[in-house]
Design a protein around this ligand. Structure first.
Ligand code: IPD
Ligand code: CA
Ligand code: CA
Ligand code: CA
Length: 264
C-alpha cells in the first residue's frame, strides 16, 4: 500500500534539497557538455542531481522504477507499478546562461495515474505541488483556475515552434497568427515551469510540439489539480509513457485555443 502522505513529503524534501544543491554547485566552475548539438546541453549538475534523486528514491522505495532525463536508472519502466518521472534540471540552457528560470521536476505515477507532482524553482523558492484529488498549491497556498479568459486576452507560452516542423503538421498559423490573436507570447525555455505557471494563472496556456514525459509529468498533475486541462495538440489524452506534443491550458480557454490550433 502506498503511503501518499509520506511519498509527498519525501518528494518535496528531495526537490528542495536538489534545488539547494543546484544553487551551491552553480557557484563553482561546472562542466558543460553538448548532447546532440550546441543547443542541447547537459551539465555535471544535471547528472549529479539525477543521481542524488535516484539514490534517495531507491533508499526508501527499492521496488519503484525511475524515468529520468539523464538515464542513470537502468530498469525498464514497464516493469514497475510505481514510477518516479524526474527531470533533475528542466531548463538546462537557462541554468547555464542565466542561473534562473530552471526547476527540479518530480512526478510519482502509479499504474499510469499521476499521484504527486512537484515542481521546485530554487532561485525564487517557489514550490508548485499537487496530490491527486486534493488540489494544487503554490508555496502551500491553494491555486485554482477560476477566471475565464478569451484568446485575445490570453498570455500564451510556447517552446519555440518557429524552427520546428509546423509546416509539415499544417500548423504554420501558430507561428504566423497566434502572436497577433492573443495578448502576448512568452517563452521561458523551461516547460515544467511554463506549465506550472498556467496552473498558477500567471500565463493562460502553454503549447509545445514535442516534450518528453520528464518535461511535463509533474506539471500535468499540478495543472489538472488546479482545474486546468492538458492534451496533445490534436486533442488526444496526454499520457505519461511517451514523448508527445502538449497543450496545457486554463480550462476556459482550452476550447477556443484548440479551435484555433485545428484551423486550416
Ligand atoms: C527542455 C526545456 C525546454 C523545452 C525542451 C526541453 P531541458 O528541457 O523544457 O523548455 O522546449 O523541449 O527539452 O533539456 O532543459 O531539461
Ligand atoms: Ca536536456
Ligand atoms: Ca526537460
Ligand atoms: Ca533536464
Amino acid at each position: 500500500m502506498l503511503d501518499i502522505q509520506e511519498l509527498s513529503k519525501k518528494a518535496v524534501d528531495w526537490a528542495k534539497e536538489a534545488g539547494k544543491k543546484s544553487i551551491e554547485l552553480r557557484k563553482k566552475q561546472i562542466k558543460i557538455k553538448y548532447k546532440s548539438s550546441p543547443s542541447d546541453l547537459v551539465t555535471e549538475v544535471d547528472q549529479e542531481i539525477e543521481k542524488f534523486l535516484i539514490g534517495q528514491i531507491l533508499s526508501s522505495y527499492s521496488d519503484h522504477g525511475i524515468v529520468g532525463e539523464e538515464g542513470f536508472f537502468k530498469g525498464d519502466p514497464k516493469e514497475y507499478d510505481t514510477l518516479w518521472i524526474i527531470d533533475p534540471i528542466d531548463g538546462t540552457t537557462n541554468f547555464v546562461h542565466q542561473q534562473v528560470n530552471y526547476v527540479i521536476s518530480i512526478a510519482v505515477v502509479h499504474k499510469g495515474e499521476g499521484l504527486i507532482g512537484v515542481v521546485y524553482d530554487p532561485t525564487r523558492d517557489e514550490l508548485f505541488f499537487a496530490k491527486k484529488g486534493e488540489g494544487a498549491t503554490l508555496n502551500d497556498r491553494p491555486i485554482h483556475l477560476q477566471t475565464p479568459v478569451p484568446l485575445r486576452e490570453g498570455l500564451i507560452c510556447t517552446s519555440l515552434f518557429w524552427n520546428q516542423r509546423t509546416e509539415k503538421l499544417g500548423l504554420d498559423h501558430l507561428v504566423d497568427e497566434l502572436p497577433r490573436s492573443c495578448r502576448g507570447i512568452r517563452i521561458y525555455g523551461c516547460a515544467a515551469l511554463e506549465m506550472a505557471y498556467v496552473a498558477a494563472g500567471r500565463v493562460d496556456a502553454y503549447i509545445s510540439l514535442s516534450l518528453n514525459p520528464w518535461d511535463f509529468a509533474a506539471s500535468k498533475i499540478i495543472l489538472e489539480e488546479a482545474g486546468g486541462i492538458t492534451s496533445t495538440i490534436d486533442g488526444s489524452t496526454l499520457t505519461f509513457e511517451k514523448a508527445n506534443s502538449v497543450v496545457a491550458s486554463n480550462p476556459f480557454l482550452y476550447k477556443e485555443l484548440m479551435e484555433f490550433v485545428a484551423r486550416n
